[in-house]
Structure formats: C-alpha cells, structure tokens
Design a protein around this ligand. Structure first.
Ligand SMILES: Cc1ncc(COP(=O)(O)O)c(C=O)c1O
Length: 391
C-alpha cells in the first residue's frame, strides 16, 4: 500500500468510463471532416458510408458472409429489444442473468412480453449461472460480458452447434475485445460507444441465417412499433442490412464509427484489439495480485472480463463496515480520483456491489492503466486514514 503522497505520474487520458468509452488514441474532431453533413442519409454518399460501416464491421469482427448486419435505432438496447420482440414466442426461453443488463432482458421477457414459458437462470454479482443447465431446445438470451459485474462467459463451448432454439447474445462490451464464435450465435448486438469508443445512439444487429428463417416464419403475437420491424409481408427487409436504415441515423456518428473501424483495421484488426484489452486487464490483474486491499468481483479467473474490470475493496477495516458505509468509502475514493483528474467515472454501476469499474477496452492505453494503479493505492490510503481518525 502506498503512502499519502501523490504518485508522480498521471494517466495522459483519465477516461476510464465503461460507456461511453475513451476515443481511440490520437482521435480529434478532424477525424469527422469527411462526414456528409446536411445531406440525406438516403442519398448516394450517405448510403455508401452506411454500407461501408456494415462491410468494415464484418471484416474487423470476422462475421460470416451469410450473416446479416444491420444498423438500428436506440443503441444496444434497441438492437436487443428488436430481436426479442421480433423473434420470441414460438419456443420456450431460457434467460441468463448475472448482473443488471441481463436482469433487464429478464424483465422484458417476463414482465413486458409476458412469455408463459420463460425460465430464468440467475447468479449473483461475481458469478455465472450454471451454463450446463441451459436447454438449447429453447431460445436462449444472455449477455456475453456482464458490464456491471465484470463477469463474462469464458467461450462459446457450452453452446451446441446443433441447437434447436436461437441464441440471442448481448455482446455490447465484448465485441471487438473478446473472441466470439459466430457459428454458436444467432443474434449478436452491440453499440458503437463501447470497445471502439464511438458515439452513442446506434445499435448493431447481427443475424444468423436461422434467425432470418425465424423472422420469416413467425409472426409475433404482439404489436411491433415501426422501429422494431424487420420484415414486410413475411419477408426480411433486406435493405436494412445494406444501410437503408429504418429511420434517420446521425452521419456524424457514422463517420466516427468508420474512423474507429479504420483505426482497428490499421492496428491489426480483431487480434490486435483483443491483445490491447488483455494487456490492460493484465496490468490490473498484476496489481490486484500484489495489493492486499483490493480484489476482483468476478470470482473465477476464466470469467474475468478484459473490458469492464470490476473490483471490490477486501481490506478488513472496510469489508467489516455496513454496505452503505462501504459504498461511501468507495465513492469517496472515486471522487478523490476524479478531482485529482486521474480517473473519471470509475465508481461501480449503480445496481452493482460497491467498488470500482475500470474500462480496459482496446481504446485505452496500457500506459494509462499502469499510471492509474498507484493513484488507486493513493486514494485508498487517503480514505483509510479517515477511518483511523474516526476510530
Ligand atoms: C451489457 C450491456 N447491455 C446493454 C447496455 C445498454 O446499452 P445502450 O445504452 O447502448 O443501449 C449496456 C450499457 O452499458 C451494457 O453494458
């Protein structure tokens, strides 16, 4: 544990928020100079940009040629809910939830769609539900990387290739940082503002041929608002997957997403993005291993996220306080780091256990993570001193 002196080095970029996340290294607004602003997104230049965003997404993520990729409204939430509202109904559903976003999809299925055959497989913050108990004759909804607990599925080996139901995967804090086997996934969603540090409001919806088959053979029992409609007259609206968006996108955000994708391709593509996130999370893990006051919220090392790294305070003096006092302790530390200008937005998510969430995605520099860690020790020592004073 360090003393109360401020560390000599500061992160160059103190933006460690888990969304919106840091822009890519070297980003400036001039990256957006080529945006076709003030033009229709349905005119040639706009359509070409939207199609390029789809093509580059496929190239960087390695999405199979027979999967559709669409840009849809309302960010990741829009993409997940569009899939749920459009696809669910014909089969029972297994819903996996181990943190607040997964829990949100449970609420959608159970309280909003009121599905009669929904089975919820839950686990507490820090754990995964038992993946061996998932029934793939049913549809399955899960979050690849639980952003608010820092727990991810280790791989897709638990998903059979010959499943009968569809797998619907919220991959918003995993895409571009973790390896995902698309052959095991029928719906994949994410937003632009996570691992690539893009701008918010647009969602990506990736559909397998089996998901398209379901869309074309099943009519939901409930009304579908226009922004959710993927079919017309029982046929997929193919234009959506060529850049003819359902409603108006921001061409400034599209330009920014293109910039991020080109940066990703330029540094070596998906492998390089994964390596950057792994190096960042590895730097945090090395520090946790040598630091007695802090621990991972994720219990099992194989399930620890390399993007939303969630930490808890394990020091006895703090862990023995009541939950509200523990939360106040962590919050005071996060505030001190914010005020010192070395770490913005690293407090645990509002519904999660108290502690910190440090974004380690590909746009974050490892040198900045390394510079941040002594500051966490500093903030802990500073706050622990107030406990001693009070005692
Ligand atoms: C796993 C997960 N799902 C869904 C969301 C909601 O995403 P959006 O705000 O892009 O709709 C988030 C946001 O952090 C998330 O981390």
């Amino acid at each position: 544990m360090s003393n109360l002196h401020e560390p000599a080095t500061r992160p160059e970029n103190p933006r460690f928020s888990s969304g919106p996340c840091a822009k890519r290294p070297g980003w400036s607004p001039t990256a957006l100079d080529d945006a076709p602003l003030g033009r229709s997104h349905r005119a040639k230049p706009g359509k070409a940009k939207l199609a390029e965003a789809i093509d580059l997404t496929r190239a960087v993520l390695g999405v199979p040629d027979d999967y559709r990729i669409g840009i849809v409204p309302a960010s990741d939430t829009g993409a997940v809910e569009m899939a749920m509202w459009s696809l669910l109904g014909p089969r029972g559903v297994d819903l996996l939830a181990w943190e607040s976003f997964g829990a949100g999809w449970v609420t959608d299925a159970v309280k909003q769609l009121k599905l009669d055959d929904a089975r919820v497989l839950e686990a507490d913050y820090g754990k995964l539900p038992d993946l061996a108990t998932v029934d793939f004759s049913r549809d399955v909804i899960f979050t690849w990387n639980g952003t608010t607990s820092g727990v991810r599925v280790p791989n897709a080996d638990w998903i059979p290739a010959d499943r009968e139901g569809l797998t619907i995967c919220d991959a918003t804090s995993a895409a571009f940082a973790q390896s995902m086997d698309f052959s095991k996934l029928d719906v994949v969603t994410f937003s632009w503002q996570k691992v690539l540090g893009g701008e918010a409001a647009h969602g990506m919806l990736i559909l397998s041929p089996r998901a398209v088959e379901r869309l074309e053979s099943h009519t939901p029992a409930w009304p579908l608002p226009k922004v959710f409609r993927l079919t017309k007259g029982g046929k997929l609206i193919e234009g959506i997957f060529k850049g003819e968006t359902i409603n108006t996108p921001s061409m400034l955000c599209v330009e920014d997403y293109l910039d991020a994708l080109k940066w990703a391709r330029g540094i070596g593509g998906l492998d390089a993005l994964i390596a950057r996130a792994d190096a960042n999370a590895g730097a945090v893990a090395d520090w946790v291993a040598r630091t007695s006051w802090v621990g991972f919220l994720a219990e099992e090392p194989a399930t620890r996220s390399n993007t939303s790294v969630c930490l808890k305070i394990v020091d006895e003096r703090v862990a023995s306080l009541d939950p509200a006092a523990q939360a106040a302790f962590a919050k005071a530390m996060a505030n001190a780091l914010d005020q010192a200008g070395v770490a913005y937005d690293i407090g645990a998510y509002r519904d999660a256990p108290s502690g910190f969430r440090i974004w380690c995605g590909a746009t974050v520099e490892t040198s900045d993570i390394e510079a941040l860690l002594p500051w966490l020790d500093w903030a802990f020592a500073k706050q622990a001193a107030t406990l001693e004073e009070a005692a």
